[in-house]
Design a protein around this ligand. Structure first.
Ligand SMILES: NC(=O)c1ccc[n+]([C@@H]2O[C@H](COP(=O)([O-])OP(=O)(O)OC[C@H]3O[C@@H](n4cnc5c(N)ncnc54)[C@H](OP(=O)(O)O)[C@@H]3O)[C@@H](O)[C@H]2O)c1
Length: 286
């Protein structure tokens, strides 16, 4: 029969073992703290490294690359570049940059008068040859044999898959017209996929070439009310990144670059003064 005195003694024993338990756990907590601190350090270090890397890439492409004269013909193995959606905005700026380097340009776009005007500008300002192809990418599959004829016999070093459309204002998907839906599929997605199919085999023969695909910051994630545009640009980004792994990192000699601009002051962003007025966050294409 336990004496009445043994109760507080046992209670004391419980307190003792609780104290021991706590001290054991608290020493574990310190170890846990240390582990969490290391994980935190790795996480912050990774973010810091990636920020430094991105800044270096930005300096390299925005400043360093402008210091030297480039020779795209030698580097990418051909005298010709092909630019889609070339009569305005970002596409037109690419034409001037490539022509400045001495490349002849195959100009592919929708409006004949604007095509002729850009061809004239390139000839007079940079003394290069041009080939004009009037094409409306909305047409889809039947268009490409005609484009292909214009590409025959040309050593193509650079392809800029730039052409793109965007719905005029944010709207629910059921309000997107069939025309708008097919335009996003045919102009934004199919043009990039098919133009690459036409030109890539020639580049692979010489193991040289560069393909630039204009995606968008909109491809970062789903954008309600602009879903069709965001999804079309996600297609461009995913295919482009996959191809770069296959043909650049896979040592086939082809650079495939994915460009993901935020707002650029062009016709596409003219729907709002806020997105169209040039400022450091909304640059002009050139
Ligand atoms: N501007 C931005 O803020 C921004 C941001 C991210 C990504 N982007 C992307 O950058 C690319 C260029 O955009 P941008 O702002 O320079 O556009 P833009 O100023 O509107 O120019 C578009 C060009 O594409 C041509 N084009 C349009 N629809 C066509 C069609 N169905 N068939 C053939 N050509 C057609 C236009 O020809 P016409 O002269 O005949 O109209 C024009 O030359 C697009 O892929 C766009 O999605 C733009």
């Amino acid at each position: 029969m336990p004496s009445i005195l043994s109760v507080p003694v046992r209670a004391l024993g419980t307190v003792d073992s609780f104290g021991m338990l706590f001290s054991q756990y608290s020493s574990n907590f310190k170890t846990l703290d240390d582990i969490l601190a290391v994980i935190g350090l790795i996480f912050v270090g990774r973010i810091a490294l990636s920020a430094v890397w991105n800044i270096c890439v930005g300096i390299r492409s925005m400043f360093w690359s402008r210091l030297w004269k480039k020779n795209f013909e030698k580097r990418y193995g051909g005298k010709w570049a092909v630019v889609t959606g070339c009569t305005d905005g970002i596409g037109k700026a690419y034409c001037h940059e490539l022509a400045k380097d001495g490349l002849n340009i195959v100009l592919i776009s929708r409006s004949m008068d604007k095509l002729n005007a850009v061809a004239e500008e390139l000839k007079s300002q940079h003394g290069v040859e041009t080939e004009v192809v009037q094409a409306n990418f909305v047409e889809g599959e039947t268009l490409y044999p005609r484009i292909d004829k214009h590409l025959q016999g040309k050593e193509i070093s650079v392809l800029i898959n730039n052409v793109g459309v965007m719905i005029s204002h944010p709207k629910y998907y059921d309000e997107v017209t069939d025309f708008e839906m097919w335009s996003h599929i045919n102009v934004n997605m199919a043009s990039m996929a098919v133009m690459t199919k036409l030109i890539l085999p020639g580049m692979l023969k010489k193991n040289k070439g560069a393909i630039v695909n204009i995606a968008s910051i909109a491809a970062t994630g789903p954008i309600p009310l602009l879903g069709i545009y965001a999804a079309s640009k996600a297609f461009v980004e995913f295919l482009s990144l996959s191809m770069n792994s296959e043909y650049y990192w896979g040592h086939r000699g082809i650079t495939i670059q994915t460009v993901t601009p935020a707002y650029v002051s062009t016709n596409m962003t003219s729907f709002s003064k806020w997105t169209h007025t040039p400022n450091p966050a909304t640059p002009t294409p050139a």
